[in-house]
Design a protein around this ligand. Sequence first.
Ligand code: APR
Length: 252
Amino acid sequence: MGAGGSDPIREVARLLAERRNAVVLTGAGISVESGIPSFRGAQGMWAKYDPTEYATLHAFMQSPRKVWEMLSEMVSVCGGAAPNAAHKGLAALEETGVVRAVITQNVDGLHQAAGSRRVIEYHGNLDELICVYCWKRYPTRDRWTPGSVPQCDCGEILKPNVVLFGEPIPWLAQEQAEEEARSCGVLVVIGTSAQVSPACDIPRIAKELGAAVVEINPEPTLLTRTVADVHLAGPASEILALLLQSIRDEEH
Ligand code: APR
């Protein structure tokens, strides 16, 4: 299969309908249409906040109040966002058995809000805070208000239970994600620049085990000319709507 096909949307729809055990890897791009900025690129979070100063575990341990300037913005923006047609499209494909699981790098919880059931949160979730001294956990809504720096009962400043640079991926999420990648027939990669490891290795693992790799992104990425069999160029909601329609056509 290749981008040279007459109708790549139709080809991908046929593949998804035939194989019926697709796994999806998502990045910030799928939530851009929900009003959450991505990380890289001119409008990205990292254009405003230098990640070496605001997004590493070391920076958090050194200056938690400073890091919370960035985190507060993320919690506010994600808290006010709703799932878009792309999130809902994936939930619908799970319902019909075409998609088996979503592995997300996003910490916004929008896949679950859209109705997806098997969601592997590779970089954690903003809905929970954790104390990196006594490991106590709290729902973010119980401890955080806009502009505040949430504290643990032990007095230390709390961190969202997300993976900052320099932190390991939660082992269960890593195990589950790699297991899904090793055993899927199609890996669909949506809205990631594939610049951050180990998440960017997931398509390679799937490919090595024989899966077809389909990329959905308005821009080419590091995967486009290496691992991806097909690059469907466009916004996630638009491409998924076309795929859903084409799969319906295939099945009737
Ligand atoms: N639909 C699909 N893709 C889109 C859309 C859209 N509407 N808008 C933008 N994109 C694409 C961009 O072209 C880009 O390739 O989404 C990608 C976003 O890339 P990044 O900002 O690098 O985000 P991501 O790949 O998810 O970052 C990975 O890095 O900063 C850390 O922990 C953070 O999870 C994050 C990780």
